[in-house]
Design a protein around this ligand. Sequence first.
Ligand SMILES: [Zn+2]
Length: 226
Amino acid sequence: MAWVHRKLSLKSESVAVTLIAISLVIGFLTVVEVADLGVRERDRPPHSESITAAQLNLSCFDSSTVIVQITSEGNCPLGLIALGDSPLQQITDSQSATTELHPILLERFKAAHLAAKREGVNLYITSGFRSLSRQELLFEKAVDKYGNETEAAKWVLPAPYSHHPRGLAIDVNYPGDRQGAKWLELNGSKFGLCRVYANEWWHFEGVIAPGEICPPLAPNALVDLR
Ligand SMILES: [Zn+2]
């Protein structure tokens, strides 16, 4: 089986040649890399500064000009209202319960309210935070009204799924003046507020960072039953 050995030895020769070639290339690249790093390190600002700049783009609302500014400083300038730097997540107290509307959602709404007012539009919250028992009661009423649980959940989610008891949703101008809700649908993304359901013109959530684009509407609230 000489060809086997021949083959093997050929193989080991070529492996050896390849290894030498690879080490030469790595050695060369390392020299280039080190030289390159030397230049880059000198040009680069101190480490902590570059991390802060990359991570924080806090949105700040100026109520005198009704303009949203972006800062990478970590805090809003004095007198400006912080609207956050990301979609809003549930905030719970020490008992793992939510007892109020998310404070940043409230600030976002207040900012939007002032900007709408400047344009002569009346925007107001008709339902924000709801307790779990209140949400459950509303769901039961909806089941009576719509005939079954699935139809009901398109309009009122059961308490464990609804975003209202988590402090993450607001209903605006419902059932009355639809104009304010339309204004918020068109302008809310500036403040991190989006309409989320196609069947509910009044329901808004803080699902984006201010200035991002709102996601497409879900047909109804059944999308949250998971
Ligand atoms: Zn709602």
